[in-house]
Write a protein that binds this ligand. Sequence first.
Ligand code: SF4
Length: 380
Amino acid sequence: MSARQRHRTSDSPTAALLAWYDVHRRVLPWRAPPGEQADPYRVWLSEVMLQQTTVQAIGRYYREFLKRWPTVQALATVPLDQVLAGWAGLGYYARARNLHRAAKVVVDEFGGKFPHSYEQLKKIPGVGTYTAAAIAAIAFDLPFLAMDANAERVLARLFAVEEPLRKAKPVLRELGQQLVPHARAGDFAQALMDLGATICTPKKPACKSCPVSACCEAFRRGIQELLPVKGEKPVRPLKRGAAFVARDAGAVLLVKRPENGLLGGMLQPPLGPWTEEFPPLAEALRQAPFPAAWKKRLGVVRHGFTHFELEIEVYVVEAPPPLRGEGTWVAEGDLSTVALPTVMRKIIAHALREDAASIAPRHLPRERGRKAQASAARRR
Ligand code: SF4
């Protein structure tokens, strides 16, 4: 008898999981109190914020967003720049743009109310299979499986699915869906997430305290710490470039990125293109937004994006000539209020560091060779 067949014949873990949830549920700012219906706006907002981010990381952002835009109508009417500024630091900025577009769609096409159907929810910008299932289950108690990374891990262990995660997802979804109850689907979704976050953790799961250990195939076989099987992580390429931080009377020059693409519509100090190598000095000075006595700061700024690693050398100029061309001077004290993504904040912080020495052109270190670069990339 296979593990999955054996599981189907044993007691379902659903009832045990719900009983555990009644006692141990996490208190989270977007959760409705027990017995109350969750607000779909809050559920949607939290689910979008939680994509690629942890519960701990989003708490402050979530509370601030809700304070500024307590309803989907309020979010729909605010300019995009303000939403991007509120999102700055959370990363994956396409989510903020989609959030704003989605709020408009909910207001314009659904009369300001989130639709109660999974298929209709998927018509909202940025709402994919997972988010639609999460809203349907948590806000409307519809019997959908919301399979986030925590739920995925619990299911892989519960059913001892040994295929690598990427390949196993359809199987996990099918197996997990069989456990979703018709009543309390929302509680079940959140119970699965909570179990994964607090008991069935990636390392050293606390199986002895687990409410579903009696029906967990991985636990029975003692292989829980080996699951889920993760595939090889692809090596992320390394890109390099130069940034130019101009300072004048306590303000920094910022320009807006193109609306589409990476960090679309966000602000940044002027930047050169990102290529395999840092630009040599003469080339960097050609990339600068205007001729001036640019000095390169020692060290580099590093930042990891989903698909590549970035290293930036930072050039600084104090009291530059009068500005010609595009750009806005933003007071250093106001930088926290504008739509600056984390990588750009790192660049500016590096430029503003009092102790960051600058080096004159003739002292520039030699560029590292390709071999050294490749080995440095591997170490990161
Ligand atoms: Fe996870 Fe252990 Fe519970 Fe199985 S018994 S679901 S491995 S914590």
